[in-house]
Design a binder for this molecule. Structure first.
Ligand SMILES: O=C(COP(=O)(O)O)NO
Length: 247
């Protein structure tokens, strides 16, 4: 079964209503490859506003949720609140949640499990730091991060896995197609051994880390790269070229 190419935009803590209007305009103008699933990750406060003006061929994602439906967790939002507002996706485990806000594998896995149980689809992020790659620990790290999630969830049907090497995020130092493909291939082999051959084959594993209109086409040619999670470049019209990288 062919895996539908998936391109996520991660706006991070960026945007205001005017800038969101501008983004929506270039998404509407496209034209977006109809064979690509496009999802934009929007700051929580703008989710319902952005959803109300996005074109129908672009879906929307939160950038984080907590691990329980409700309670005394000041500042947090829950998957139940996303469902209540018809927000279908959430990004979880982003390296900035891990390294800036101190989220560990266990918490991220609990968040992923709870979001899926609540009916929210998940872009689950993993990736090694520069010092871990330089110490030849890339596989050890991404397998550990992935296993933590696999140990808590029953199905990968509503998960897209984003491999985002931390050393490539926001740095302009994109992983080469070979570097990214190598890790995606190892991850797919990990799923075949530790989850199932069917999940290994059907799971979309996308790459994130300084993806641009200039490098997206070469990355998209790699057989185990099923799309992208794009930060900075998702705020600009070139994001359309990244969506269309397979054309
Ligand atoms: O964090 C990222 C990637 O960000 P950049 O494209 O800006 O490297 N995606 O979630």
């Amino acid at each position: 079964m062919a895996r539908k190419f998936f391109v996520g935009g991660n706006w991070k803590m960026n945007g205001n209503k005017k800038e969101i209007n501008d983004i929506v305009e270039f998404l509407k103008a496209g034209p977006l490859d109809p064979n690509v699933e496009v999802v934009v990750g929007c700051p929580s406060i703008y989710l319902t506003y952005a959803k109300s003006i996005l074109p129908s061929n672009v879906s929307i994602s939160a950038q984080n949720t907590y691990k329980v439906p409700k309670g005394a967790f000041t500042g947090e939002i829950s998957p139940a609140m996303l469902v209540d507002n018809e927000i279908p996706w959430v990004i979880l485990g982003h390296s900035e949640r891990r390294n800036v806000f101190g989220e560990n594998d266990e918490l991220i896995a609990e968040k992923v499990a709870h979001a899926l149980e609540a009916g929210v689809k998940v872009i689950a992020c993993i990736g090694e730091k520069l010092e871990e790659r330089e110490a030849n620990k890339t596989e050890e790290v991404v397998f550990r991060q992935t296993k933590a999630i696999a140990d808590k969830i029953k199905s990968w049907d509503n998960v897209v896995l984003a491999y985002e090497p931390v050393w490539a995020i926001g740095t302009g130092k994109t992983a080469s197609p070979q570097q990214a493909q190598e890790v995606h291939d190892k991850l797919r082999a990990w799923f075949a051994k530790n989850v199932s051959p069917a999940v290994s084959e059907s799971l979309r594993i996308i790459y994130g880390g300084s993806v641009t209109a200039d490098n997206a086409k070469d990355l998209a040619k790699e057989k185990d790269i099923d799309g992208f999670l794009v930060g900075g470049a998702s705020l600009k019209p070139d994001f359309v070229k990244i969506v269309n990288a397979k054309q």
